[in-house]
Design a protein. Structure first.
Length: 291
């Protein structure tokens, strides 16, 4: 399966073709797009489409008439000198893309219809209402959750027809490959054992289950690691705030044989991360009772 990075690299050779990535919340769409831009020295202008209005896309109309402050009957007032005129200015964010880059439209299918219609003109013609044009090397990239996850907000057929579409379904293997470069050996051993024992990302069904309040996604798992300051002991404590039944899954995954005799070298390395043996055994006993 092609990665977001590989797709963006291909798009860079054909920037006139917009691409869109669709996937579950927390799948890492936004993070991977921004990471690719940073690594490739691409200016990235991120626009949260769900919060935009039409002026954020089309720009605003301003008066060019000369104005001056004068005193009338003892009070200061602003007067227009001459007939004057008006002009439409492109949005300020467009100036950041004067030499190319990535226009990143996040949560595109949650944008209001009026905003989608305005964006459609920009995506199709690559120019603003006042005639200003996007630089030829600007890549237009969109990201969104699927329509079910967005309360059935959808894009118009005309908008959908403008993009090349890719579904983002991150595997735990891909995520571990990425995370392993940023974590200690002990932490990596811990995570690989956990995945081998059943730790996995939440599915579509999990997200549609109203009784589920916690989800395991690339975002939530990494947030938990970051919040734990990349410390295994603290990670164990914090996981309950992010993932469903995490302690049970983690300790069940470490190694049944190691749990039984407490002599496994890997198990002992993990055990050393815990503050003391007594706390470790108490957590382990609770995990066994929860399984």
């Amino acid at each position: 399966m092609p990665t977001i990075a590989s797709i963006l690299k291909q798009q860079a050779a054909h920037p006139q073709i917009p691409v869109a990535f669709v996937g579950l919340p927390g799948a890492g769409k936004t993070a991977q797009i921004e990471d690719w831009c940073e690594k490739n020295s691409k200016v990235c202008v991120k626009i949260l489409a769900s919060t935009m209005d039409t002026t954020d896309v089309a720009g605003i109309i301003v008066s060019t008439a000369e104005k001056r402050v004068v005193k009338v009957d003892g009070e200061l007032t602003i007067q227009t000198v001459g007939k004057g005129s008006a002009e439409q200015l492109s949005p300020k964010w467009s100036t950041y893309l004067e030499n190319g880059g990535v226009l990143f439209l996040d949560e595109l299918n949650c944008a209001m219809k009026e905003v989608q219609d305005t964006l459609l003109s920009l995506i199709h013609s690559r120019h603003f209402p006042n005639g200003d044009r996007l630089h030829p090397q600007v890549q237009i990239v969109a990201a969104m959750n699927d329509s079910v996850q967005c309360n059935n907000y959808v894009l118009s057929p005309a908008m959908r027809n403008r993009f090349a579409w890719y579904t983002v379904q991150p595997s735990m293997k891909q995520w571990l490959h990425w995370a392993s470069k940023q974590l200690s050996e002990e932490f990596n051993v811990f995570l690989f054992r956990a995945v081998g024992g059943g730790l996995k990302f939440s599915t579509d069904a999990d997200f549609m289950d109203e009784t589920q309040l916690l989800f395991c996604t690339p975002r939530s798992l990494w947030n938990c690691i970051e919040w734990s300051n990349k410390d295994v002991k603290q990670f164990l404590t914090n996981m309950n705030n992010f993932l469903p039944k995490p302690v049970s899954i983690i300790f069940k995954a470490v190694d049944k044989e190691a749990i039984a005799d407490r002599s496994n070298a890997v198990f002992n390395r993990l055990r050393a991360e815990i503050q003391n043996v007594q706390d470790f055994d108490e957590i382990l006993e609770k995990a066994d009772s929860d399984v």
